[in-house]
Design a protein around this ligand. Structure first.
Ligand code: NOJ
Length: 738
């Protein structure tokens, strides 16, 4: 039995500082007392994290984790969940080690724990920050009831790279947008108070620039200027700190020749000195060890030295700190005070979570049973899933399908009946409970419509043996719904592709079905932007449904049958072809902007420059008209607020939600500026036939960027304001910053 309890009681009695009405949040003197009695081994132990052996996402270097816990050489376990399982592991830490310091349990609760929400990229398409906060909140409720303290989320890596499988885990390509999403998700996971039983510590990852791997290959080299790093890739991380995020994770990639996990620039200079972050930093999986392969350390001791000097507090799975910190201190290469600082940051979060009050407080089986997959969570999952579906095309009002026009539906495609709709990183999500598209359509089928279904083909095959059956049911139908795209395993970590086309012979089957002359609705499921020009040409309607999670089928049925009017907008650009990549709406102009009458301008000879679908794009079953864009003043000073207002009319026949987007352009800067930058958005319901006035406020702060001298400042001059329903179809007006 550890001396933990005796210790804490003793500290509490002697420590007037911690009982002075600060709600127990000043733990520093308690932490001092603990650090004072810790051995070097115990300090190093707090800085070690191991996987429990479930859900392993990398090499298992060492699976003696129970033995390590018992000997006080582990401070955290990940991939262990359920309250009973974690209680047992916690018991080892609390009862068998000298100090009895509780473990912190982490897990990748990315878009749900048991009730699974849309993949993060998909959910971001809702542009509904309250919905995103709510799904993170529910994820935290479930996970914290299942013995967990800490989620490795949100993932807030900006990416312009559709080949990269992990584009599915972020919130898209835009810095401002991802920053807002970062705040919403951190708030959702962490709630108001980490001490509450239903909250998790969040983790901003991956720091930094992981979303820009060369050639879109996961873990590959990143090379960008500090200006781009600071302007584009870092702000979401700062936003996460502003929202109170308590931990950070390092990224696998190098930045400026230094692997992030050994980067003093990223962690000491930016994270701690410039941003004052006082939570702790965990490495990504074996990222210290990988510094040997990167070629900046000759052995694990050297790699550990780089990591601790960079200010990295906890070693995920690598055994590097476990095996080398002590000798590094003994040999004088690392100061013991560096370990003290890391341990302090780790213990701080353990205190904030209440683990020193009661190490088992998150292991209550009763609460777990009552909480997991509650009805209200499932309802929220359906609602958030349908909010995430983007209507990309809808010729002749093919959608919604109603019994007045349609009697028979043919449902085909490799995604038509699969329950693999949870998407990558679905934590403990249960495929059995997931609603397939077929089940969703059947559950919600209007009385007079009949549904026939067959796959027709697989994802990545040239086998055409199922085509005949698909064509047969198509011939007997009034409308074909083809569910096509990628399998869920084609996205996420270590799932980069060199093609972003729809794989296998799915388009061949699509074309043969098209030849029946029946209208075709394409229901896309995919983890990344796909190049779907041919589909866009030929399908009558297209729904982008990503991977929508537990309630996928019901949510898609709600949109198909008109129970829900689509309101989502793309958080990433969809290119026409891979050759256009990287393509994003906020690019620079070049010195020779495209001019079709001039040969020597910046363009392709075999493709337009513009994407298939721009950032912010998405249709509705109604239509919106923008008018009367106005400013309260044509000139502002640094202290003024610029009021922008626009009228938006619902010109269709049904009520609908619109995401009104505001962009700015700084026309002349000391360095080149993007052609547009999102600076605000509002999602609002507008009743059919009604007009709403939408207002935004811009201040000088919104106009800042890293200037030629690398000052974060605005520069006087002219700016354009653009407002519209996507990044291309906009109205514009000029103003001057004096
Ligand atoms: C590796 C991934 O890059 C990271 O995002 C994840 O949190 C860890 N593995 C733990 O599973």
């Amino acid at each position: 039995m550890g001396i933990f309890l005796i210790l804490i009681v003793a500290i509490a009695c002697n420590d007037s500082k911690t009982n002075t009405g600060d709600n127990g949040k000043n733990y520093e003197s308690k932490i001092d007392s603990i650090i004072n009695i810790m051995t070097l081994e115990e300090k190093a132990g707090q800085m070690v994290q191991y996987t429990s052996g479930w859900d392993v996402t990398g090499p298992v270097i060492d699976d003696n984790y129970e033995e390590y816990i018992a000997s006080g050489r582990v401070g955290s376990i990940f991939n262990a969940h359920t309250s009973a399982y974690n209680r047992n592991l916690q018991k080892i830490a609390v009862e068998e080690t000298r100090l009895g310091i509780p473990l912190i349990f982490g897990y990748d609760v990315i878009h749900g724990y048991k009730t699974i929400f849309p993949i993060s990229l998909g959910e971001s398409a809702s542009w509904d920050l309250d919905a995103m906060e709510r799904s993170a909140r529910i994820a935290a409720e479930e996970a914290s009831a299942a013995g967990l303290h800490w989620t490795f989320a949100p993932m807030i890596d900006i990416s312009f790279e559709p080949r990269w499988g992990r584009v599915s885990e972020g919130a898209g390509e835009d810095t401002y947008f991802v920053s807002q999403v970062a705040k919403a998700r951190v708030k959702g996971f962490q709630g108001e108070d980490l001490m509450a039983l239903n909250t998790l510590a969040a983790c901003a990852k991956h720091f930094a620039a992981y979303g820009a791997p060369q050639a879109g290959r996961d873990y590959h080299t990143v090379d960008m200027s500090e200006r781009v790093l600071r302007d584009v890739y870092l702000p979401p991380f700062k936003a996460a700190i502003d929202a109170g995020v308590r931990t950070f994770m390092t990224s696998f990639n190098e930045y400026d020749g230094v692997p992030a996990t050994g980067s003093e620039f990223l962690f000491q200079q930016i994270l701690r000195e410039e941003w004052g972050f006082d939570g702790f930093v965990v490495t990504d999986y074996t990222a210290i060890n990988e510094m040997i392969e990167h070629g900046v350390a000759k052995d694990l001791e050297g790699a550990s030295e780089l990591a601790i000097n960079a200010g990295i507090d906890m070693d995920m799975q690598g055994g590097a700190y476990l095996n080398h910190l002590i000798e590094l201190v003994d040999s004088g290469k690392v100061k013991e005070s560096q370990l003290d600082e890391a341990v302090r940051r780790i213990l701080r979060i353990k205190f904030e979570l209440g683990l020193f009050d009661d190490p088992y407080r998150y292991s209550n089986e009763e609460r777990e049973k009552e909480t997991i997959m509650k009805d209200e969570f499932i309802e929220a999952a359906r609602d958030i899933a349908r909010k995430s579906i983007v209507l990309l095309k809808n010729d002749n009002n093919t959608l919604p399908i109603s019994e007045s026009k349609i009697k028979n539906i043919a449902l085909v495609g490799p995604l038509s009946s699969t329950k693999e709709v949870l998407g990558s990183w679905h934590a403990s999500g249960d495929y059995e409970k997931a609603v397939s598209l077929k089940e969703g359509l059947e559950n919600n089928l209007p009385a007079n419509i009949k549904l026939a279904q067959t796959e027709g083909t697989g994802f990545d095959t040239d086998d055409e043996s199922g085509f005949a059956a698909a064509k047969r049911i198509a011939a007997q139908s009034d409308v074909i719904i083809m569910a096509l795209g990628e399998s869920e395993h084609m996205g996420g970590e270590a799932a980069s592709r060199t093609s972003i086309e729809i794989p296998g012979n799915q388009m061949k089957l699509f074309n043969e079905l098209k030849a029946t002359g029946k209208p075709i609705v394409a229901v896309l499921m995919n983890s990344r932007p796909l190049a779907i020009s041919e589909l866009d040409n030929k399908a009558d309607a297209i729904l982008e449904t990503w991977f929508l999670g537990t309630e996928a089928g019901n949510a898609i049925a709600d949109v198909i049958f008109g129970e829900y009017n689509p309101s989502a907008k793309l958080p990433v650009t969809f290119p026409r072809s891979l050759g256009q990549v990287p393509i994003h709406y906020n690019m620079k102009n070049t010195g020779r902007p495209i001019d079709h009458d001039e040969k020597y301008t910046s363009k392709y000879i075999d493709s337009p420059n513009d994407p298939l679908y721009p950032f912010g794009y998405g249709l509705s079953y109604t239509s919106f008209d923008y008018s009367d864009l106005s400013l309260n003043s044509k000139k502002i000073t640094k202290d003024d607020e610029l009021k922008v207002s626009v009228k938006v009319e619902n010109t269709g026949e049904v009520d609908g939600e619109e995401v009104v987007q505001l962009y700015i352009q700084d026309l002349v800067g000391s360095v080149t500026r993007p052609v547009k930058e999102l600076k605000g958005f509002k999602k609002l319901m507008i009743k059919a036939g009604q007009t709403e006035t939408v207002d935004f406020t811009i201040t000088e702060k919104d106009l800042r960027f890293y200037t030629k001298n690398m000052d974060f400042a605005s520069e006087p001059g002219e700016f354009k304001v653009y407002v519209g329903g996507n990044s291309e179809d906009v109205m514009e007006v000029l103003f001057t910053l004096e």
